[in-house]
Design a protein around this ligand. Structure first.
Ligand code: FAD
Length: 307
């Protein structure tokens, strides 16, 4: 059997974070393989906002241009596949993919993103990314002063609804069951004109993913044009956990200022490490990761000279 192809760096996840890391490494003459399954978390949204030079572009168009520019670097390769297993070897790491391929690398980068766990409400999934939103900085401007519902609870829900009140004055907080806000938080919402509804939601009425209203367990119907929801999430890829990378209490992969995880030679960037969930942040942390990985390789004697 042939020995697996060896790379300086394997990047698992080739969306915004992974491609940014790949570009920094390609520009540093590194042999890089990007393994990407092609399922970025924003794929349901028709337009992406708040990323300079691409405001309002489709997520796919941003990725297409990035890929085109990345492919100009001859030492960067991409493959559409799913990494399913990783283990340490004497030369670094070995990665196995779903298609049965093996690759090895000196360093590993995880830019694997996170998966939103859809709320168990009929119609939720169909509206996600279109009119059920997660982030006012990404989509709030387009729905400013719309009739807005927020599905959230507790202290994080309180902070979330207060933030969204910056964009609309017609706002209802749906705690979807008994409210866990403190009396003080409830009073603060009321003083800002935010209504609180505790009755559980049974369904979201919509037309082709565009919210029309919320139907409650008691049969009531509340007209809203847009909904924000604070979904739980899980890591898209469990390989960092399998390798022993530490995670913080919220479920993000713990990294230091160099994007280095708790496992030697393993880095992570983008959504899987940070609640600052934007394309801009994924690109910034990916670029930084590429630079830090290259520096570590140089310091360890892996120098690549231009030919
Ligand atoms: C509905 C929605 C709308 C959004 N709108 C905006 C917006 O308007 N503006 C904005 O700035 N941000 C927006 N975001 C946030 C933005 O999408 C993320 O911050 C960004 O996608 C993070 O990039 P990433 O590279 O870290 O992860 P992702 O883009 O999620 O990419 C992760 C990649 O890793 C791949 N992968 C995972 N595991 C494996 C594996 N084992 N093997 C191979 N590949 C793997 C996935 O298939 C995917 O391609 C939105 C998010 C959502 C959910």
């Amino acid at each position: 059997m042939n020995a697996p192809q060896h790379y300086d760096v394997i990047i698992i996840g080739g969306s915004y974070g992974g491609m940014a890391a790949g570009m920094a490494l390609g520009r540093a003459l590194r042999r890089v393989l990007i393994i990407d399954a092609g399922l970025p978390s924003n794929r349901m949204t028709p337009h992406s906002h708040n990323f300079l030079t691409h405001d309002g572009a489709t997520p796919g168009e941003i990725a297409r241009i990035a890929r085109e520019q990345l492919m100009a670097y001859a030492t960067v390769e991409t493959v559409k596949d799913v990494a399913v297993h990783a283990e340490r070897t004497s030369a670094g790491f070995q990665i196995e993919t779903m298609c049965g391929n093996m690759f090895t690398a000196t360093k590993l980068v995880f830019a694997t993103g996170i998966t939103d766990i859809m709320m168990n409400i009929e119609g939720f999934k169909e509206c996600w990314g279109r009119s059920v939103l997660h982030c006012p900085y990404c989509h709030g401007y387009e729905v400013r002063q719309h009739r807005t519902g927020v599905i959230a609870n507790g202290t994080s829900g309180f902070e979330y609804v207060l933030l969204i009140a910056n964009w609309t004055s017609t706002l209802t907080l749906f705690t979807n069951g008994a409210s866990t806000l403190t009396d003080e938080q409830t009073g603060e919402c009321r003083s800002r004109g935010i209504e609180i509804v505790e009755t559980p939601i049974t369904s979201i009425e919509h037309t082709n993913g565009q919210v029309r209203g919320l139907v409650l367990e008691d049969g009531d119907h509340v007209d809203v044009d847009v909904v924000y929801a604070k979904c739980a999430f899980e890591q898209h890829c469990i390989i960092p956990a399998m390798l022993g990378c530490e995670h913080d209490a919220d479920g993000y992969i713990s990294v230091d200022a160099r994007q280095h995880t708790s496992i030697e030679g393993v880095y992570a960037c983008g959504d899987n490490t940070s609640p600052m969930r934007t394309v801009a942040n994924a690109v910034a942390s990916g670029t930084a990761t590429g630079m830090h990985v290259n520096k570590e390789l140089v310091m360890q004697g892996y120098v690549r000279l231009a030919t």
